[in-house]
Design a protein around this ligand. Structure first.
Ligand SMILES: Cc1cc2nc3c(=O)[nH]c(=O)nc-3n(C[C@H](O)[C@H](O)[C@H](O)COP(=O)(O)O)c2cc1C
Length: 222
């Protein structure tokens, strides 16, 4: 049982990374072999629309044909049962690099053909248990006004459709700087942010841990 964790944040010791580490611990405690990949360490682009994966009798078997730093990561993801992605929200959307990863993961697995019953054929006949952990400055109460639930649902719907199963974990009102007084950011109350972090982030870490544990249990059929 393998579980892979994909960090779509450039920061390695901050919110998204910490939550992924917690999810990874949950998965390991459920008996999974785990690995965390930092996308910003890799040199790759999104889908280049080469359609090698869409050719009749394509030999790609669900793996993107483009040979770059991402290919071994995609190979590992396809050999995993659980795939947990993490991304900060940047200007209302997941980071560009996380989108590039998702394009390269999903497109070769999906096909444009239906079987005789009208069900979409997938290049890999396997259910992946996936999730996305979202972190953002935005407090939970403001998220609907900014359409975040719709954006998150739209992004994740494609993942669920292609990979078989998906969940989202949203972590709001994250701490962005250690010391707010050093930055031009008077729309934020640094003390209130720190208080929120101290009170809520441990619960978010627990939710991430539970997510990792639950996905592995589901993948095991428990
Ligand atoms: C370029 C950039 C754009 C951002 N845009 C948004 C945004 O649109 N909405 C939001 O709630 N937070 C936004 N944020 C804040 C981050 O989503 C938030 O601080 C996140 O938790 C950072 O994750 P990290 O700590 O893992 O780096 C933005 C941050 C950056 C650097």
């Amino acid at each position: 049982m393998k579980a892979i964790f994909i960090n779509g944040s450039p920061r390695k010791t901050w919110n998204t990374h910490k939550l992924l580490e917690s999810a990874m611990k949950g998965a390991a405690d459920s008996g999974a072999e785990t690995e965390l990949i930092n996308l910003y360490d890799l040199n790759f682009r999104g889908c280049v629309s080469c359609f090698a994966c869409k050719l009749k009798n394509s030999k790609t078997n669900g793996l993107c044909a483009v040979r770059d730093d991402l290919r071994p990561v995609l190979e590992k993801a396809l050999n995993s049962d659980v795939i947990v992605m993490g991304t900060p929200i940047y200007f209302s959307y997941p980071t560009g690099i996380l989108r590039e990863f998702v394009e390269r993961l999903l497109f070769p697995v999906m096909t444009y053909s239906n079987d005789e019953n009208g069900n979409r054929i997938r290049a890999i006949d396997k259910k992946f248990y996936t999730a996305t952990i979202w972190t953002m400055n935005c407090p939970e109460s403001l998220a609907p006004k900014l359409n975040y639930p719709l954006i998150i649902e739209t992004h994740s719907k494609a993942i669920g459709m292609v990979m078989g199963y998906t969940e989202d974990l949203c972590v709001y009102n994250t701490l962005q700087f250690t010391d707010y007084s050093r930055y031009e950011a008077n729309m934020f109350d640094g003390d209130a942010k720190a208080r929120h972090q101290a009170e809520h982030f441990p619960k978010d870490l627990q939710a991430a841990y539970d997510l990792g544990k639950r996905l592995v249990a589901k993948a095991k059929g428990e």
